[in-house]
Design a binder for this molecule. Structure first.
Ligand SMILES: [Zn+2]
Length: 139
């Protein structure tokens, strides 16, 4: 990695994680116009990320995308978070972060942006997972 690449990474990385208030607003929708029967957490979150230029369409870590290239699986978005931000923290950081939460009893995953209690961008917080859940925070 040369110094220009590092400088670009720092500029883009900081703008991704720390300044979402300056971003294109989140909507419960995707440019493709399709809804996956209520399972749109990854779909609508990645639509928001792509519209803001924080993620490319049909990113390499995703195994399933909608017709406009938005990843539709939470577990794939978890891989994207790891790729962009490195290892997650298990303890909630100060401020907002990208969150992957998994319900232990059936392994159902969910992604959004915000805090444990508050969904700032996404289809809802992680309350569905109950007390015995796996939480990962990326920032
Ligand atoms: Zn879509």
């Amino acid at each position: 990695m040369n110094s220009l690449t590092i400088a670009l990474f720092l500029v883009v990385g900081v703008s991704i994680g720390l300044q979402p208030s300056d971003a294109v607003g989140y909507t419960n929708s995707c440019s493709c116009g399709h809804s996956y029967d209520g399972n749109n957490c990854a779909h609508y979150l990645t639509n928001w990320m792509i519209k803001n230029g924080w993620l490319s369409t049909s990113p390499g870590k995703s195994t399933a995308n909608c017709r406009t290239g938005r990843p539709i699986r939470a577990k794939d978005v978890r891989k994207i978070f790891r790729d962009k931000y490195g290892a997650p923290t298990r303890y909630e950081p100060a401020g907002n972060s990208f969150i992957y939460v998994e319900r232990k009893r059936d392994g159902k995953g969910h992604v959004y942006y915000g805090t444990k209690r508050t969904c700032v961008a996404g289809t809802g917080n992680g309350a569905f997972a109950g007390r015995d859940a796996v939480w990962e925070f990326y920032q």
